[in-house]
Design a protein around this ligand. Sequence first.
Ligand SMILES: Cc1cc2nc3c(=O)[nH]c(=O)nc-3n(C[C@H](O)[C@H](O)[C@H](O)COP(=O)(O)OP(=O)(O)OC[C@H]3O[C@@H](n4cnc5c(N)ncnc54)[C@H](O)[C@@H]3O)c2cc1C
Length: 368
Amino acid sequence: MSSPTTKPDVQLPKPNGDFYQVAEVLNDSERAILQKVRTFMESKVAPVINQYWLEDSFPFDLVPGFRDLQVAGLGYQGYGCAGGSTLLAGFVAMEIARVDCSFATFFGVHSGLAMGSIFLCGSEEQKQKWLPPMARLEKIGSFGLTEPLVGSGASGGLLTTAQREGDTWILNGQKKWIGNATWGDVTIIWARDVADNQVKGFIVENKTAGFKAEKIEHKMALRVVQNALITLENCRVPEENRLQLDTSFRDTARVLRMTRAFVAWEAVGCAMGAYEHALAYAQTREQFGKPIAKFQLIQDLLVKMLGNITASLCIRCFPVKDLPTHWPKPGPSVLRGNAERLYRAGRHSLQRSRQPRHPARRLFHPLQ
Ligand SMILES: Cc1cc2nc3c(=O)[nH]c(=O)nc-3n(C[C@H](O)[C@H](O)[C@H](O)COP(=O)(O)OP(=O)(O)OC[C@H]3O[C@@H](n4cnc5c(N)ncnc54)[C@H](O)[C@@H]3O)c2cc1C
């Protein structure tokens, strides 16, 4: 009996970065939310986002549709927030970044940093006033910590000052790289109280006199999210807008600690998107008469990407409370680990996609 020389054509499954179906750890209703987000990102964002990336602009038209997903404030209970588990919130951050990490940053700054500051450091009245409209995306939030001269060293050296005058605080200084601030409604400004030298947080409405936000142009990465240079010049904020449960940078750090985990999830999402784009390309791009995915060197790169994604996903899903007590607590190291794996995935995918308009280039600019 002669053996066949060609294998029959088989229908390949759709590229899937969650190869081991780790998302099965979520329950049915959580997976339905994730699917809703995926459908929106794939049908509304993916088809148009490359153009926005090229133009350095934000797709404002997509905000109403995104609002309908009702995912702002995931992980926070009450105050009109989406609620749910932090695990679901992480998966949603990953799912958004899988299609576009700038869009994920817009969401992370609003829902994580800005809403999170109020949720963790605001009084009951402040939460009731600000969180419901922010959860409905009627008010868009920003988070102003970084300054032109102060980045990593924010804990000890903020130059922006807050001076109390009766029931008013007067803010002076500059904040740089502040996501959403060119078009948002409210910014959490972190400033050093000149009286006790401690960092305090203020809910500042962007239309307040003395608050100016200018767009930072020509970014090389995360080009869709709009970042601002904010100048505060005798910007007067009422005492009722000072985050009442924030007394020092320790409280600011609580917000950063919470949101850092979501950035790690976003890194997994970016890696997933790169892997799926690279696999789809390798399955269709033919050289020497067959798809390049049939060559073992290409398979090796794809398998490394998938291995890194799976490792990152497992680290994210392994509940911290179940970690052996002698293990170090996952903190910046987890973000760094995921970011390193993302960088490797990005490098592998970019080897195969040199065109400037290829989605892998947007997802994985080396500077991201
Ligand atoms: C696209 C984008 C969006 C952003 N959005 C926001 C936002 O919404 N709100 C906000 O407040 N900020 C935002 N940032 C600012 C961001 O948080 C800062 O860039 C970050 O804190 C680093 O600060 P820096 O850029 O001043 O770098 P620097 O602190 O000057 O660091 C420069 C380099 O030195 C290294 N370095 C610094 N200190 C040490 C050390 N002790 N040991 C070893 N290496 C060190 C750093 O790792 C880095 O490689 C954004 C930045 C970007 C690029």
